[in-house]
Design a protein around this ligand. Structure first.
Ligand code: GAP
Length: 524
């Protein structure tokens, strides 16, 4: 486990629509990030990469249940974006096609996109502790009145630690310290005590740090063989925009969608899989007439918010936020800007963290590639006889970050034996149903096995014979399995089984031969 990973804040799960009876009673239920991380490890969702070698900072492996959950989220996005895209504002289905482009592209593409020159994060180093921080994630507590007092730096979200230090300053009360971004006090760095340091003056001036992962292609390793791992899936789409136009029967407006790995040498990977160095994105570039870009931007912001709700982020932990002017990416400056769909993660609470950005990239990327590659990328509209470079609206979501949001949102504390269950949407749950023989005798295992073999081709199911029934239920609760079917003594006499519902722990009996229909009604 990455020792530098800060797991600190507890956040209150508010009383929200869709939460359980247990939550309705107790609005002060709290979720701790370290409990979420522990469950992910204990139940085979997410492991630190190279764990037996003490891990490698910023990299994670998805275990048997993690990969199922992540694939379910990926498939839901692909289905709802590519195979069955939403209806547009005019009520007609949109046209979106898929793509799977190479992770390594000609390095000139990354020069054109602006990533080689401009994909930088400011970082500061601490001379005392040798730690490195993203400058824009560092804040300080500065005393309002007394310039002689030290300033206490802290990482966003960790203000409590800094407040404890400030409380020890003689002659000042902690309320007199103001929370400021590090950028506001750069001329006074000599007074700043680094987040993990003990003496002032150890933080360096911010320096720009390029996030691109470099590698070499071919047998000779020199400047001419340098290549980059893609930092976003989006550029592969722009590089193939003309191929798609020439081969598919698409007309502007249309979209190209891609899901895949992206790599960023993040200065401070942290908060579990929230910010890692290898992660997955789900991106769609929507090509439209410049005069319609605003309309489509509004449309996609609303659609994407609704989609996250549809896969389980139903609470007010989800919100839409416009970017401030100083946050805009190099490609979004001239357009309507970017809206972030944000989620209140346990480690950002009471604040929010980005889950998806919906940007108006104007014609930045097509124009850059047109100039650098010297190819014509203009679209010719046969109906209006007009030639133009389309504008692009880009909903860019994190798949791995989305998986984390869904796990956090579904993590539900309760007084049942397992003390916790994952209230995952059935579409996202890694295992859809479990079948248990109550005991290992009287023909119960045989009935369970038969039921399992009838249904397992349709749904991801488990048939578990071992352990006390309570323990088997507890395990299924912790991994978010919506339904458990138990074969017991009554099954032998009246051909019924017990169905246990995960969210309420309520049990009912249904006919053995109706289990398939029961699941079809609820899971499709
Ligand atoms: N093509 C635009 C683009 O890449 P971005 O906001 O940098 O935009 C899109 O990334 C999404 O990818 C983010 O909203 C986030 O969910 C995810 N993401 C970005 N960096 C990440 C990281 N280091 N670890 C995990 N997810 C990340």
């Amino acid at each position: 486990m990455d020792a530098s990973m800060p797991i600190r804040s507890r956040f209150a799960v508010l009383c929200l629509p869709g939460r359980t009876a247990a939550h309705e009673k107790d609005v002060h239920v709290t979720v701790a990030m370290d409990d979420v991380v522990a469950l992910c490890k204990r139940r085979g969702f997410i492991f630190p990469a190279s764990e037996i070698y003490q891990g490698i900072n910023g990299f994670w492996d998805y275990g048997p249940l993690g990969v199922e959950l992540k694939n379910n989220l990926r498939d839901a996005w692909w289905n709802d974006m590519v195979r069955c895209p939403p209806d547009g504002p005019d009520g007609h289905p949109l046209s979106i096609v898929g793509l799977d482009s190479s992770i390594i592209q000609n390095p000139k593409a990354w020069v054109a996109s602006g990533h080689v020159g401009g994909f930088n994060d400011p970082m500061v180093d601490c001379r005392e502790t040798k730690a490195r921080y993203r400058a824009d994630h560092v804040h300080v507590l500065r005393h309002n009145a007394n310039p002689a007092f030290p300033m206490f730096a802290f990482m966003e979200g960790d203000i409590e630690n800094a407040r404890k230090k400030a409380a020890k300053v003689k002659g000042a009360s902690v309320e007199e310290f103001e929370d400021l971004p590090l950028s506001a006090v750069l001329s006074e760095l000599a007074r700043v005590i680094g987040p993990d340091a003990s003496k002032p003056g150890s933080l360096t001036e911010p320096r720009q740090f390029n996030l691109m992962f470099k590698t070499y292609v071919g047998a000779i390793q020199d400047e001419d063989s340098v290549a980059y791992l893609r930092p976003e899936t989006a550029q592969g789409i722009f590089l193939n925009y003309k191929n798609v136009l020439d081969t598919m029967r698409v007309k502007v407006p249309f979209g190209i969608a891609q899901i895949g790995k992206a790599f960023r040498n993040e200065v401070t990977p942290r908060n579990f899989i929230f910010r890692s160095r290898e992660f997955e994105q789900m991106e769609m570039e929507w090509f439209c007439h410049p005069s319609e870009a605003k309309k489509w931007h509004t449309f996609w912001c609303s659609e994407r918010g609704k989609w996250w709700q549809s896969v389980g982020l139903t609470s007010d932990n989800l919100k839409l936020r416009p970017h401030d002017k100083d946050e805009l990416s190099h490609y979004a400056k001239d357009g309507e800007g970017t809206f972030d769909i944000e989620y209140r993660f346990p480690f950002t609470a009471p604040g929010f963290g980005e889950l998806e950005g919906v940007s108006h990239r104007v014609d930045y990327d097509l124009r850059q590639h047109q100039e650098h590659a010297r190819v014509k990328l203009a679209y010719f509209d046969q109906d209006s006889r007009e030639s133009y470079l389309p504008h692009v609206i880009e909903p860019a979501a994190g798949l791995t970050r989305g998986a984390l949001a869904l796990i956090c949102e579904s993590y539900t504390e309760d007084d049942r034996p397992s003390k916790v269950f994952l209230k995952l949407h059935p579409r996202i749950a890694p295992i859809k149903a479990a079948i248990f023989p109550l005991v290992q005798k009287e023909g119960m295992p045989e009935i369970a096995d038969k039921l399992y073999s009838e249904l397992r081709r349709k749904y991801v199911m488990q048939c578990d014979h071992k352990q006390a029934i309570g323990k088997r239920y507890a395990r299924m609760d912790e991994i978010g399995t919506p339904y458990c079917f138990t074969i017991d003594g009554d099954t032998l006499t009246d051909q019924t089984v017990t169905v246990r519902h995960r969210d309420t722990a309520a049990q009912e009996r249904i006919a053995l031969d109706k289990v398939g229909a029961f699941l079809a009604e609820r899971l499709g």
